[in-house]
Design a binder for this molecule. Structure first.
Ligand code: ATP
Ligand code: MG
Length: 390
């Protein structure tokens, strides 16, 4: 840290150690909690006056991400800055990095902001990804050879999340209209692959290149949004799990990454592993680690940013995580008492006031000594909340 060796609780010349985070969402909120547990104060830079992370922060800098005055405040008051969303302007990370430790770095974040660059990065690291083509112009969208990728999924190259900015394309004649419907912005057309299941791996890499990881997570999506994560992954054999962990570590090395990186993978019907995308930050699929691991993904983010030692996280409980989307609020606030009456239920609500359909309002992790027991309770929880079984 600044100076080297400044750790939690240390009151150096600058006073209480302070960490900064760009972005005010739930990932930032959970970073704030983890940093505060480690003895840090936290400044959140977020323009929205009512944000999940801003509400938990010691200091909420209510300003645009690209406000030089806000950067100045961060540089003067913080010992390091991280981000909680991948679409943070890279310029902010770059400017700040001239003045204080920033993790992850602007270059790595920029790769993750653009699906085309991201796929090039996978290829350069020798990691298979979906057959695809980049569509930048109307001419690109009209090329008959793209028929080989169909049926496919057209995805905006940037700013997509939770399945937003995507169109299924069944026939080549429909490609130009699908591209126009996405605003005629740069896109990636991906072959739609036969998925057996989806998994993700979170790795954390320190400034000196040490890498640790959380166990492989098995993810179920509904309508393009993560719905359920199970750890240990029930349908993943150890060889496949190791391959995914190796590939995630290789990507972190290739990027010279510092911080927490999540890589999402598809496991195809033939058992092969294909990288889908990566996120330069903690990830929804690793929220279980707050309750099921002795070191969470947010602890890892704090440690990598602050230059604290990395240790191998140990999963102490099997875990099933259920996302709580705004749809659950259709008939009013869900009956939390009914689910908290079950053993091993950890409820996390993000403090968002408007429960819109598809909006992530919170999550709930069920921990138990083994996955069968965690699943049994999670299925009861799902039943009581009116969520589909899995
Ligand atoms: P998020 O950022 O929330 O992870 P996203 O909007 O970036 O999501 P993707 O991860 O690209 O979207 O896709 C969302 C989901 O759609 C995937 O998890 C998967 O279930 C499905 N999907 C995406 N691409 C493909 C593909 N090529 N073949 C089959 N299914 C796909
Ligand atoms: Mg995804």
């Amino acid at each position: 840290m600044k100076p080297q060796g400044t750790g939690p609780g240390d009151q150096a010349a600058t006073g209480h150690p302070m960490l900064g985070v760009l972005g005010g969402g739930q990932l930032g909120r959970m970073f704030v909690h983890a940093a505060q547990v480690h003895g840090y104060r936290v400044t959140v830079l977020e323009p929205d006056p009512a944000s999940p992370a801003g509400a938990a922060a010691d200091v909420h800098l209510q300003a645009p991400y690209v406000d030089p005055a806000a950067w100045d405040t961060l540089a003067r008051t913080c010992d390091g800055v991280t981000t909680e969303f991948e679409n943070v302007p890279a310029q902010a990370l770059r400017e700040l990095a001239d003045r204080l430790p920033v993790a992850p770095g602007a270059d790595a974040v920029e790769v993750c902001q653009d699906r085309a660059r991201e796929k090039r990065c996978f290829a350069e690291a020798g990691i298979p990804c979906a057959p695809h083509a980049v569509i930048r112009t109307a001419d690109d969208a009209a090329r008959p050879e793209h028929a080989a990728l169909l049926p496919g999924i057209l995805k905006t190259a940037s700013m997509g999340y939770d399945g937003k900015g995507q169109r299924v394309v069944e026939q080549i004649g429909a490609l130009p209209a699908a591209w126009a419907a996405l605003g005629g912005v740069p896109c990636v057309l991906e072959q739609r692959l036969p998925l057996r299941l989806e998994i993700s791996v979170v790795v954390a890499r320190s400034r000196d290149g040490q890498t640790v990881h959380l166990p492989v997570q098995q993810n179920l999506h509904r309508a393009g949004i993560l719905a359920v994560t199970q750890v240990p992954a029930p349908d993943v054999d150890p060889v496949l799990a190791q391959r995914a962990v190796d590939q995630a570590g290789r990507l972190a090395d290739a990027l010279g990454y510092v911080g927490v990186l999540c890589v999402e993978f598809f496991v195809l019907d033939d058992g092969s592993l294909v990288a889908n995308e990566m996120a330069p930050r903690p990830h929804n699929s690793a929220h279980w680690s707050v309750d099921g691991s002795d070191v969470s993904q947010f602890d890892l983010q704090v440690r990598t940013l602050a230059g604290l030692p990395l240790v191998v996280p140990r999963q102490h409980s099997a875990a099933v995580m259920l996302n709580l989307l705004g749809d659950l609020w259709a008939a009013g606030t869900p009956d939390w008492a009914a689910v908290l009456a079950l053993p091993g239920v950890h409820l996390h609500l993000y403090g968002k006031s408007e429960p819109r359909p598809g909006r992530k309002m919170g999550h709930l992790t069920v921990t138990a000594p083994d996955l069968a027991a965690a699943r049994a309770v999670a299925l009861q929880v799902a039943g009581r909340l009116g969520l589909p079984p899995f």
